[in-house]
Each structure stands twice: as structure tokens, then as C-alpha cells.
Design a protein around this ligand. Structure first.
Ligand code: HEC
Length: 142
């Protein structure tokens, strides 16, 4: 009888632990390049990293160019976000001149997580998908 009671208690104690585990797994949900990653890069990075303004030699318009990287070489190491400059520059403090984007507003935590998970999942980029700089940008300078 006493044993049964203990078992119930054990199960009840396990429940919150399972919930916590589940929450941490959320961050590893499959990332969709077009729906999740593309809007982040286009709205926050493309204005300075596309064919007209290729800062640091890094053009993120196409998969091929993005994978080639910038003046320091490849910036995306598939499955290794912490070795990928494209992700590492997001985490730098703003006193650092290489922190990206170089504006005071860093990416939202959730957007950083998207870039992290995308690289972790092998940085899939469907063939033929091309990134474009923000609309306002083109209007204000053409
Ligand atoms: C306002 C312009 C601007 C924006 C927006 C911007 N960058 Fe940059 N980026 C630069 C400049 C300028 C450098 C060179 C910085 C330096 O070394 O002084 C650079 C350098 C980099 C580098 C280093 C490349 C290399 O090979 O050394 C990476 C990676 C990078 N940016 C990624 C990003 C990402 C990711 C975003 C969006 C989250 C972004 N940048 C947004 C201007 C920009």
C-alpha cells in the first residue's frame, strides 16, 4: 500500500520535469527557410549584404554566394552554429564593431534562435530562392 503511494508521488514529481524537457525541445523544431529565415535576413541583413552593397565581401542574395562567405571565408558551417560567423556576430556586444546588425537594435531573441536552429539543422536553402533587400531601402536610394 505504502509503495503504491510512493509510486504515485514519483509520477507526479516527474510530470513537471517532462514539461520542462518539452519546452527545451521547442527550440529544435524544424525551421522553414522561406517562412522563417528569409524574412529575418531580408529585413535585417540584406540592405548591406547584397550585390550593390557587399560589406565585408559578404553577399547573402543566393545560397551559392552566402555559402562562399565574406572576406574571412565561409560564414555558415552547416550543423555548427557556434562555428558560424553568421550566427556568432549576432551575439557580440555592441561595443564590438563586428556585431551584426551594426545598429543599436540587435535581433530579437527569437530571431537569433531561428538562425541558430537553421544552421544547426544543416542550413537548408531551397534551390532558386533569392533574397532581396527591403523595399524601403531600394526606394530611398534609387
Ligand atoms: C548597416 C549595414 C549592415 C547591416 C544591416 C548588416 N551588416 Fe554585416 N557587415 C557590415 C559591415 C560594415 C561589416 C564589416 C564590419 C567590420 O569588420 O568592421 C559587416 C560584416 C559582417 C560579417 C563578417 C563577414 C566576414 O567575412 O568577415 C558577417 C558574418 C555579417 N556582417 C553578417 C551580418 C548579418 C547576419 C546581418 C543581419 C543580422 C548583418 N550582417 C547586417 C554591415 C552591415
Amino acid at each position: 500500500m505504502k509503495q503504491k503511494w510512493l509510486l504515485t508521488l514519483g509520477a507526479a514529481a516527474l510530470l513537471p520535469a517532462c514539461v520542462i524537457l518539452d519546452v527545451t525541445q521547442l527550440s529544435n523544431e524544424p525551421v522553414d527557410f522561406v517562412a522563417d529565415v528569409k524574412p529575418v535576413l531580408e529585413s535585417r541583413c540584406l540592405e548591406c549584404h547584397h550585390s550593390r552593397y557587399v560589406f565585408a565581401g559578404l553577399n547573402l542574395e543566393t545560397k551559392k554566394l552566402a555559402m562562399k562567405g565574406g572576406r574571412s571565408g565561409p560564414v555558415i558551417v552547416p550543423e555548427a552554429p557556434h562555428q558560424s560567423l553568421l550566427y556568432k556576430v549576432l551575439l557580440l556586444g555592441h561595443e564590438n564593431p563586428v556585431a551584426m546588425p551594426p545598429t543599436p537594435e540587435r535581433l530579437e531573441r527569437e530571431q537569433e534562435q531561428i538562425i541558430h536552429d537553421w544552421i544547426k539543422q544543416g542550413a537548408p536553402w531551397p534551390e532558386g530562392v533569392r533574397l532581396v533587400p527591403p523595399q524601403d531601402w531600394t526606394k530611398s536610394r534609387s
